[in-house]
Design a protein around this ligand. Structure first.
Ligand code: SF4
Ligand code: SF4
Length: 166
């Protein structure tokens, strides 16, 4: 896997789609592709209480990515230094093999270019010392990005607080 971890604290997500828009803006994407999207689930009633959730769907930057394995031109690549999986658009021929191979629909079709675009954790921003656009813009600060061994343990701390009633 990538050395990074993008964590969504779903209890804080309000479904404003700021992350999706910031991602598209950063990649100059018009209509269509959403490398990072929010999938609304519900609302539905559970024990008489209305429940809904907004689930972040980026790329998971797999250890052995199916998208990399199937790409016939080597356009989908995994960075050695940090495990980020990205598309070299100069090599993409638009065959859509990566779209078929990814179980989570992470590679997205860009009708403007006839090529695929996907979440690359905004690697250009990372290389400039910035965080990904989605994690920077999140209105409720529910998106946290960092190295996996440094990200705060939000859920563990919340559970601990609930345990002691504070
Ligand atoms: S596009 Fe899909 S298969 Fe490729 S690294 Fe991302 S989640 Fe894994
Ligand atoms: S910006 Fe944050 S709060 Fe808004 S939809 Fe995205 S993850 Fe949820």
């Amino acid at each position: 896997m990538s050395k990074y971890y993008l964590f969504q604290d779903r209890k804080r997500c309000i479904g404003c789609y700021s992350c999706t828009i910031a991602c598209k803006s950063n990649k100059n994407l018009l209509t269509g592709p959403k490398p990072v999207d929010i999938i609304p689930i519900g609302p539905t009633f559970i024990d008489g209480t209305p429940r809904a959730a907004f689930v972040l769907m980026p790329c998971f930057h797999c250890e052995d990515p199916w998208c990399v394995a199937v790409c016939p031109t080597g356009a989908v690549q995994k960075r050695t230094k940090d495990g980020i999986v990205f598309v070299d658009h100069a090599l993409c021929i638009g065959c859509k093999s990566c779209m078929s191979a990814c179980p989570w629909g992470a590679p997205q079709w860009n009708p403007e270019t006839g090529k695929v675009v996907k979440c690359d954790y905004c690697k250009d921003r990372l290389d400039a010392g910035l965080k990904p656009a989605c994690a920077t813009i999140c209105t409720t600060h529910c998106l946290q990005f960092g190295e996996a061994n440094e990200t705060p343990d939000v859920r563990r701390e919340r559970y601990a607080r609930e345990m002691v009633g504070l």
